[in-house]
Design a protein around this ligand. Sequence first.
Ligand SMILES: C[S@@+](CC[C@H](N)C(=O)[O-])C[C@H]1O[C@@H](n2cnc3c(N)ncnc32)[C@H](O)[C@@H]1O
Length: 407
Amino acid sequence: MSSNSQSIQFSDSDCDYQKYERSPIKKVNSGKEKESGQINVVSPKVQEANPKVQGANPKVQDTLTARDYYNLQPKNTETHRRISSLYYLRNFQNWVKAVLINEYSSALKQNFADKRNLLNVFEMGCGKGGDMQKWSKAGTGLWFGIDISDTSLKEAERRHKTQKEDKKKQIQKIYLMETKADSDSTLFRSRLPQDLYFDFVSMQFMANLLFSSEQAVENMFENITCRLTNQGIVLMTITDANVLVKKMREFTVKDNEGNYVYSKNQYFSLKFKNLQFPKNKPFGQQYYFYLEDSVGIKEDNQIKYVPEYLIELQSFEQKAKEYNLEIIENLNFIDFFEKYKQKHSNLLKIMVKPPSDDWKMPLDQWEIAHLYRVVVLRHLKGQAQSKIRRHPHLTELPDTVLELENE
Ligand SMILES: C[S@@+](CC[C@H](N)C(=O)[O-])C[C@H]1O[C@@H](n2cnc3c(N)ncnc32)[C@H](O)[C@@H]1O
């Protein structure tokens, strides 16, 4: 074990903004869309991105627990997204998730001998089930979602019932459970039917809430892998610790309590109690995050942050290996966009909904996209995919199970 004086070296390689200068994306002509054009997403030049916020230093009032915050959330509907100032960013984030789901589900389904088979998917921190439809379109038969927010789970159940009327809907059964993904490593072994295994574990914008300690991370990995098939896939979107730390070191101001605060972008803010990260404590490195309409609250220019934890990639990779997981894709959102923008350009147009052909994502929203990273892992152990039960061969399970802790 290294000495306390040694610090984790967060990499600078992902923080060269000039690297992200890019040419416009050509719109791909489909049968329906005749005219050619472009979606242009511009590079994040942090210093120039926020002309409206000059040296802002909002007074930090306090923080909210993740559970309190996510229980407060209004319905995350298309109408709600449309009135959000971050409409395009949220659409872009949805595109990233849809590409991940499409890419990896079509690859995995190629191994199915019986083409009627549908996927079994386990979503940790599923929230209101906003990704259920993406999974349904990708050919999912059984979807199991857990979350700590009972209000979100009830909304997910409501959405599933509404979607049931849709004839194209493929999800036949859903399980919902109000529980923490990181507090108990025996949870899913004991509470799920014995013969239930998953092809995918999906953790979208939630893993940063779980890295509070080494034990919590181990519980999380145990819960991820205990029902994941051999060659099963874990899809994660997380904040990019390298980008966050670099940003904090270069652009922060100190608030009255001596915290480091980044508030150059009108839409998000970061707060760190310190910027030294001892090598012998790679887990439990807390920071506080606010992102308009998504994380935390701003009232009268005062922010209530939600506490999250840095995911330091080397320690993460090492710990994942202990659970027989290998990283197979690991990209900042900007690099992910570069890699998939042509292949999934139609989806990009449909989902991001640019208002015109020469439209560019505003710089302050692109800066937020740069805060995130995609990580995909493959399981090298576990039940053989050919042996697990999937639709139409599921055991007699009830249609929907909603387990709420206090009911
Ligand atoms: C940022 S939201 C993401 C929701 C959804 N995955 C998405 O992509 O829209 C984070 C979700 O994680 C849930 N969450 C937070 N801590 C959790 C924990 N320890 N275990 C399970 N879920 C948790 C929250 O209630 C919330 O629904």
